[in-house]
Write a protein that binds this ligand. Structure first.
Ligand code: NAD
Length: 325
């Protein structure tokens, strides 16, 4: 009889980790979730959920003990508002989490190790205009990420490469490009652009406001990838034999103003956009999916309109519930 594989997902109390638990459960894995907190919006499907702080090595050893695969998603992170103001905290917390987790995986002899890196590793000098060439994996060097968050992600990518070369750990590295969807942080300061815009539109719609505020001039660009595509990408990459970093994202670039227009259309209302000063991150960014298509024979499939419609619906419900309480 085939033995059920055991996997641990760190960051299982967070947005992507929580979804990944359910996704891997459906695939038949025994899943351990690890995080400093339980998922905020829905209970976990994990077989076991351990509340552990991975900045402690003994906790990382507990987290990875007896596991066949590790999906390392835990990170101290948030949207631009958070990332642009907490450099030392983010660098310290994420470096200790990642050093401990990969070393514990080596000690516990896990078979495979997935690391969630980010498009934030790409150099700022390639992202200074809103219209630009999509970013290829090899564009990462010479390195100049904008924030400590991106520097740490890049160093951990290199750490994973050396753990493979020196210790034979089977590592897989994905560079996520703006993942969004339901059951993600939507208020409180750590939310990212799609969730923040859905919340602002929902509040304006429900209170009859005619205007919504947007950080910056609205012409900054990004691509956005729906969570279900991200989960498929993670799994396909983990099952592949590809050890280099790989973009996981959509390659349709839109301005933040266009993102607001799509959400407004979904909500069935029209607003005046008020552009106010605020952290914006790099000026423009898009994913080049050439290597993704070649390697996994796949690319994200869910349209921005479809993904935002599902996300908006969930956030509007959250706003209504919060207002009732
Ligand atoms: P998230 O903030 O929702 O989840 C991260 C989880 O890590 C949180 O639940 C948090 O409590 C947990 N965590 C933080 N410190 C911890 C610690 N010391 N010990 C244990 N757990 C700890 O973020 P997410 O959007 O789900 O992102 C998952 C991963 O993907 C992260 O590594 C993130 O950097 C990366 N990523 C995400 C995106 C995106 O758009 N969502 C883009 C690029 C990269």
């Amino acid at each position: 009889m085939k033995k059920t594989k055991k996997v641990v997902i760190t960051g299982a109390g967070g947005f992507v980790g929580h979804h990944l638990v359910s996704f891997l459960k459906k695939k038949g894995y025994w899943v351990r979730g690890v995080d400093i907190k339980h998922p905020e919006y829905k209970s976990t499907d994990a077989d076991e959920f351990l509340k552990l702080d991975l900045r402690e090595k003994k906790n990382a050893l507990k987290a990875t003990e007896g596991m066949d695969h590790v999906y390392a998603l835990a990170a101290d992170m948030g949207g631009m508002g958070f990332i642009s103001k907490n450099h030392a905290t983010i660098l310290y917390n994420n470096a200790t989490i990642n050093l401990n987790t990969i070393e514990a995986a080596r000690i516990n002899k896990v078979g495979r190790y997935f690391y969630s890196s980010s498009a934030c590793i790409y150099p700022e000098y390639r992202q200074i205009k809103s219209k630009l060439k999509p970013l290829k994996e090899e564009d990462a060097f010479p390195a100049q990420p904008q924030d400590a968050y991106g520097w740490e992600k890049l160093v951990t990518e290199i750490l994973a490469k050396y753990y493979h070369e020196e210790h034979g750990l089977e590592t897989r590295i994905a560079r996520f490009h703006n993942i969004f969807g339901p059951y993600g942080t939507w208020d409180g300061g750590r939310e990212k652009a799609p969730a923040a815009i859905c919340r602002k539109v929902a509040i304006a719609k429900l209170t009859g406001k005619k205007e919504i505020e947007i950080w910056g001039d609205g012409k900054q660009t990004r691509s956005f990838c729906y969570i279900d595509d991200c989960l498929n990408g993670i799994y396909k990459l983990m099952m592949s034999d590809f050890r280099e970093p790989l973009n996981i994202g959509q390659d349709r670039m839109v301005t933040i103003d266009q993102l607001v227009d799509i959400v407004s259309k979904t909500a069935g209302v029209n607003f005046k956009k008020k552009h106010i000063p605020g952290p914006q991150g790099v000026r423009g960014r898009n994913s080049d999916n050439t290597k993704l298509r070649e390697t996994l024979k796949w690319e994200p499939e869910i349209s921005l309109e479809e993904g935002l419609a599902r996300t908006y619906q969930w956030i509007e419900e959250q706003v209504k519930t919060k207002n009732k309480n």
